[in-house]
Design a protein around this ligand. Structure first.
Ligand SMILES: *Cc1c(COP(=O)(O)O)cnc(C)c1O
Length: 375
């Protein structure tokens, strides 16, 4: 039996409350630069347990802002993982820095702190760990290394809003953490992103960077009420109030959306751990993933064939991600294949199964059965 509708690997969960929240803002005085932005930022900061949150037009712009705030520039090296969306590395290039790739841990698929330490040089300025699939990177170990070498930690939490690490929410421990609100991510604003931090200096820089490099200060008193100064080259990376209204409505449901993702993940794990040809993702102790992705490894089966057969059965399997430095842009910069052997070997066997809150139990059973039969 083949299902008639394509089951995508991820998708948004939008209900009538979300729709009404957007409509209310469309009827209000502010479509952008209004009250919903600050309300949303406060909600995210409170949820994560940090002092500040600065919203951006998307997660990539937010990462660009974080690299600016961290003072990364020409001659600086920044360490990240090759198993991520390219934006985690590209943001370093935007500010003129050099990307250095550290290998992953084959069990959790996250950046390996031991390899981070091996890649540190006198030029290293920052580390960008990614909470890949929603599983928190080992942030205590990474912070420990960062402290020893005086590095800034920018966590890419695009997958992990609401994930837990040793009793705190992801975002509470890094210098800055980015969350993305793209429709496949834990909650959505259409396009959108945010940086959370408890550091006031970073906060002020992020605010300035997102709005043309303009500083809001008290010059107005002496110069006149119209006066402002542009003190650095910034961008227009602002989120709209329409997006923020959607985000505010979405974050109220984040925990229940995550509960469903965790339920689906445990159904997969229970069923798939018994199949000898499949390796299931291991979890670090004392952490709880947000399960943005459920990724397995195929021990011997031909990944391309399994992928194609699953797609033929209308199951939207995927592969996240092609090692970043394999892309022609990075190859042209001189990165060689083989620099992160664990990541490359992992990539050859990796397969993403559909996971999102609106997946039904029947669909999950169908995915598991189809996969079992293929293996
Ligand atoms: C989605 C994503 C981003 C970029 O977020 P956008 O909001 O799409 O710009 C960055 N890093 C990772 C790991 C992502 O999955």
């Amino acid at each position: 039996m083949k299902v008639s509708e394509f089951i995508s690997y991820g998708r948004q969960s939008i209900d009538e409350d979300d729709i009404n929240a957007v409509i209310d803002t469309l009827r209000s005085s502010f479509l952008t630069q209004g009250p919903k932005i600050e309300e949303f930022e406060r909600a995210v900061a409170e949820y994560v347990g940090v002092k500040y949150a600065v919203s951006f037009s998307n997660g990539t712009a937010a990462l660009h802002g974080a690299c600016y705030a961290a003072g990364i520039g020409e001659g600086d090296e920044v360490i990240t993982t090759p198993i991520t969306f390219a934006a985690s590395a590209n943001c370093v290039r935007y500010v003129g820095g050099t990307v250095v790739f550290a290998d992953i841990d084959s069990k959790t698929y996250n950046i390996d702190p031991i390899d981070i330490e091996k890649k540190i040089t006198a030029k290293t300025k920052a580390i960008i760990p990614v909470d890949f699939t929603g599983q928190p990177a080992d942030i205590d170990a990474i912070n420990h290394i960062a402290k020893k070498h005086n590095l800034i930690v920018i966590e890419d939490g695009a997958h992990s809003l609401g994930a837990n690490y040793k009793g705190s929410k992801v975002g509470a421990r890094a210098d800055m953490t980015m969350f993305s609100f793209h429709p496949v991510k834990p909650i959505t604003t259409g396009e959108g992103g945010i940086i959370v931090t408890s550091n006031e200096t970073y906060y002020k820089k992020l605010i300035k960077f997102r709005s043309h490099g303009i500083e809001r200060t008290t010059y107005g008193d002496s110069q006149g009420g119209w006066y402002y100064e542009m003190t650095d080259l910034g961008y227009n990376y602002r989120m709209t109030d329409i997006q923020a209204a959607l985000g505010l409505s979405q974050i109220k449901k984040l925990n229940s959306l995550l509960d469903r993702r965790r339920e689906i993940a445990s159904i997969y794990t229970e069923a798939l751990k018994k199949i000898p040809g499949i390796i299931i993702p291991e979890q670090l102790p004392d952490t709880e993933s947000g399960w943005h992705l459920y990724m397995i490894q195929l021990k011997d089966a031909n990944r391309k064939l399994v992928f194609e057969k699953m797609r033929d059965a209308n199951i939207g399997v995927h592969v996240h991600y092609i090692p970043v430095y394999w892309h022609p842009y990075y190859q042209n910069l001189g990165y060689k294949r083989g620099i992160c052997p664990v990541a490359e070997e992992w990539y050859e066997r990796a397969l993403t199964l559909p996971i999102h809150p609106s997946l039904t139990n029947d669909q999950i059973a169908y995915i598991i059965d189809t996969l079992k039969n293929l293996i």
